[in-house]
Design a protein around this ligand. Structure first.
Ligand code: SAM
Length: 327
């Protein structure tokens, strides 16, 4: 599947739920979260139909995300079904890690290939302050269980904030000395106007890099073959793991974007930062056939904008939240 700018679309991000067991303050409001009504969330059979159509069109990798994907009942069997779709796509998971310790072995047995864990602080009280829930120990136990299960390499994604956790950038980077993990720093994306965090709270990539200088010279790693990932990768001398920088805002990677996003209620977006959507539900629930479904997916790919507009002044919108779109 190619879009109108010649990009090959082969990566599907599939949000299986907009529900989450954390309330990260930069991602969702504490109260008044407009959950998608249960009846509007696609059933697993419907998601599998969509994913199968996408695989027939050339999708090679599926990332299961949310909300928090591990809170949706039946997720392990669903992931197993995804791995058996046409072309046997690589299936990965993005999670906050709270439930990973319970799931890691089963996920591995189901054929999951790897896990990204979102973790913004290594301090328990800060964890609670940010996510409005306790749970740092559970997340760390989840990461350990993931390692034991052989779901490697583990990626840890951290979003640094100026007055909150920027002082932990070095601690996170040092984790790579002892652990074979990819620790990735991601620029905060100010995409929603109804949250307390704004663009000035996030740390731009240049400042993240400056803070990393404190631990010494980073070896620049060559871009991996077949890597469509947006991270610039580095290694500390002698480290087991790697450090990644993802300049989501300051250095967009749109020219290489190969993604399509399916939200839990069957809407498809070609770009996280665009409000253009294609709705699959009418076809899925109105008796439409697979050809109709494929046509809509191709249309969504064609509607991918050339570049995201996050730096434009009037970009902010109250309904553009990561937990709803599928981060
Ligand atoms: N619950 C899962 C998790 O925590 O990984 C998947 C969904 S969560 C929305 C996915 C990722 O989006 C998390 O790593 C979170 O840090 C990130 N995220 C949410 N809002 C963000 C924002 N405005 N800018 C950058 N990253 C954001």
């Amino acid at each position: 599947m190619q879009d109108q700018f010649g990009r090959t679309i082969e990566y599907l991000r599939l949000s299986v739920t907009d529900r989450c067991n954390l309330r990260c303050r930069y991602c969702m409001p504490e109260e008044g979260v407009n959950d998608i009504p249960h009846g509007d969330v696609l059933r697993y059979e419907e998601m599998l139909r969509v994913a199968a159509a996408a695989c027939r069109l050339g999708i090679r990798k599926i990332r299961v995300t949310g909300g928090e994907p591990l809170v949706r009942r039946g997720i392990v069997s669903f992931i197993e079904e995804l791995t058996k779709l046409p072309g046997e796509p690589e299936v990965a998971l993005t999670t906050n890690g709270l439930l990973l310790a319970d799931f890691a072995q089963d996920l591995k047995a189901a054929g999951l290939s790897r896990v990204n864990v979102s973790l913004d602080t290594l301090k328990p009280e800060r964890f609670q302050e940010l996510t409005l829930r306790p749970g740092l120990e559970q997340v760390l136990a989840g990461i350990e269980a993931t390692e034991m299960a052989g779901l490697l390499p583990i990626k840890i994604n951290m979003v640094p904030f100026r007055d909150f956790n920027a002082d932990e950038i070095v601690d996170f980077a040092r984790l790579t000395l002892e652990h074979p993990w990819d620790v990735r720093f991601i620029e905060f994306m100010p995409i929603s106007s109804d949250l307390e965090y704004t663009s000035s709270d996030g740390l731009p990539m240049k400042e993240i890099q400056q803070r990393l200088l404190a631990i010494g010279d980073l070896e620049v790693l060559p871009r991996e073959k077949n890597s469509s990932g947006p991270a610039h990768m580095y290694r500390l001398p002698g480290a087991k793991g790697r450090i990644g920088l993802i300049p989501s805002v300051s250095g967009h990677f749109c020219a290489d974007c190969n993604r399509l996003r399916v939200m839990a209620d069957g809407r498809v977006r070609g770009c996280l930062f665009d409000n253009e959507e294609t709705d699959l539900k009418a076809v899925l629930r109105g008796g439409g056939d697979d050809i109709a479904l494929e046509k809509l997916l191709v249309a969504a790919a064609c509607a991918k904008p050339e570049k995201h507009q996050i730096n434009k002044q009037d970009f902010l919108s109250p309904n553009r939240r990561m937990h709803g779109i599928g981060g």
